[in-house]
Design a binder for this molecule. Structure first.
Ligand code: ADP
Length: 535
């Protein structure tokens, strides 16, 4: 017997109507390219989004068509986040830090018909354009210099707001992001209305980000990085004020917004918070961060030392794990009820793990021999499933990424303990395989970054005649600080088995970053590919 509840579709349209109906007075704040701040309300956003929807319809955008964006984090981009899916089309956010050849490949692969681009990114577009087929280009902040382009502002001004919002199937595609393709070609992940609606709800749960109408949320993460971590949709759903930093993710700009807009929740990768910490520690200026409840940190593992140091400045880290393929939220490291009275030490240990899955996401870890026990010790590849986890890639079933029983193989190596708390040990390609044993580069890095002289550390595998691979630690010292390889090895020694300790240390000025601000280990591997460690 079936239940009798309505089969009411879970769509972005519902989220939009809610923002438009109940939260008209809530603000959307944007930092413009010249750093000035502009603000409008969800009521203005809704009117402009309906106009953009009309513009897209008049351009002939059909259901399922891909409409790409090449844009920073601002209110116009937010309008596209909604107008494109409201039209039944697919919002394809392009990563503006990619090489033009990769962007051209992605635009062609996705078969994007329309592109909405920031005027400041037109020079990048010009490098791509000869290699792609785009029917229409819409420029935000158009100064008339782009041939055959539609000017976003005048198109919106001239369009009547669309009054009827198309009825949509919740399973229809709403948005798409390509993985950065560190291994092989980038792959398209296609989100549905349903997955985005459910993911938006999950983010807002008290034991996830706990966002509500009275919050002011700053995504210090580009809107092309896994749907801006879902924050734009969640904030519109609950009516939280959105504070959009434009292209200004330098520490002082972010700190000014956190203070000036009384931000309560922010999100960003660890390197953003590392640079914010350095700015705060330089003591040049103090910032009133008393409104800030917590900052979501994910994308790579924040060292426990970073979590502690930020706490001292009133920035409480809420650590989460996710992937483009998981929309992105997968697990959150909330201190469980059983540990609320545990020692400070134990709580920090818990907060630096990746945590337990959100409702409807399930996890397990496997080795070739089968599933690994939840003992907090045995490493295996993390597998996930859930309603906002991908089941394939665009025009590519990605068969090698799925188990026979339909779980997604993340490529992350993890342990899971008795309480279901997951800890990432490494990406499988970064794991160091020494004499048949696995060494976690993440654990070594995070410990090294707890040394008072160390600003950044990355540990990579170096080929070794006897052990197959051995760890090399690449270290950036804090300005004016000093430490030798022996000092650092002695610092690590009490925490790890002897065979985990790096054989060599290299000191450099900066660790290269990926397009979304993570440490780019492939560049280090390339740099040290002829490095020799004596057998
Ligand atoms: P990219 O491959 O460009 O990094 P994603 O942003 O989708 O693309 O990255 C997902 C990967 O980032 C995960 O598979 C994992 O390796 C890593 N990651 C994400 N969050 C965390 C975290 N909290 N701790 C450790 N690693 C993380």
């Amino acid at each position: 017997m079936n239940g009798q509840m309505m089969d009411f579709p879970l769509t972005i349209t519902s989220i939009f109507r809610r923002a438009e109906t109940f939260f008209r007075a809530r603000e959307v704040v944007t930092r413009r390219p010249d750093k000035t701040i502009t603000r409008y309300r969800f009521g203005d956003f809704a009117d402009r989004t309906r106009r953009l929807l009309r513009v897209l319809q008049d351009l002939g955008v059909q259901r399922g068509d891909r409409v790409a964006t090449l844009a920073w984090t601002h209110a116009h981009h937010l309008e596209a986040y909604f107008a494109v899916p409201l039209a039944g089309a697919v919002l394809h956010t392009l990563n503006l830090r990619l090489h033009p050849d990769d962007l051209a490949y992605i635009i062609n692969h996705a078969e994007d018909r329309v592109l909405i681009v920031d005027a400041s990114l037109v020079p990048l577009l010009e490098r791509i354009r000869p290699n792609v087929k785009l029917e229409t280009v819409i420029v935000i902040g158009h100064d008339g210099t782009v041939k055959d382009a539609v000017d976003y502002e005048s198109a919106i001004a001239n369009a009547e707001p669309a009054t009827d919002l198309p009825d949509l199937d919740e399973r229809a595609a709403a948005a798409m992001c390509y993985t950065t393709g560190t291994t092989g070609k980038p792959k398209g992940v296609l989100y549905s209305h349903r997955s985005i609606a459910l993911h938006s709800l999950a983010i807002c749960l008290p034991d996830a980000l706990g966002i509500g109408e009275c919050d002011a949320v700053l995504p210090a993460v580009p809107m092309f990085h896994a749907n801006g971590w879902g924050l734009p949709y969640s904030c519109a759903m609950v009516g939280a004020k959105l504070v959009l930093p434009g292209s200004h993710l330098d520490p002082v700009s972010v700190l000014e917004l956190l203070e000036g807009e009384r931000v309560t929740v922010a999100g960003g990768v660890p390197t953003i918070w590392m640079s914010i910490l350095q700015t705060l520690e330089s003591g040049q200026r103090s910032y009133d961060l008393s409104a800030l409840r917590h900052v979501l940190v994910g994308g790579s593992a924040p060292p426990a030392s970073l979590i502690r140091a930020l706490d001292k400045h009133g920035i409480k880290v809420l650590h989460a794990w996710g992937m483009t393929e998981t929309s992105p939220l997968g697990t959150v490291a909330r201190v469980p009820a059983a540990l609320v009275n545990a020692s400070e030490e134990e709580q920090y240990r818990c907060r630096s793990k990746q945590g337990r899955p959100t409702p409807f996401v399930e996890i397990r870890a496997a080795k070739v021999e089968g599933l690994v026990p939840w003992d907090g010790q045995t490493m295996g590849e993390l597998e996930v499933r859930g309603p906002w986890v991908t089941s394939g890639y665009f025009k590519d079933d990605g068969a090698d990424r799925f188990t026979a029983d339909g779980w997604f193989k993340t490529g992350d190596i993890a342990t899971i303990d008795e309480s279901g708390t997951m800890e990432i040990q490494d990406r499988s390609k970064d794991l160091i395989k020494s004499g048949g044993e696995w060494i976690s580069s993440v654990a070594l890095e995070n410990c090294l970054m707890g040394h008072p002289a160390v600003a950044e550390a990355a540990v990579i595998a170096i080929a070794h005649a006897k052990w197959a691979e051995r760890p090399l630690a690449v270290v950036v010292l804090k300005p004016g600080a000093s430490a030798t390889a022996d000092d650092l090895r002695a610092f690590l020694a009490p925490q790890f088995p002897k065979f985990w300790l790096p054989d060599a240390f290299e000191f450099i000025d900066a660790i290269p970053r990926t397009s979304v601000g993570k440490f780019l280990k492939s560049a280090l591997r390339e740099r040290y590919k002829t490095y020799r460690i004596e057998a």
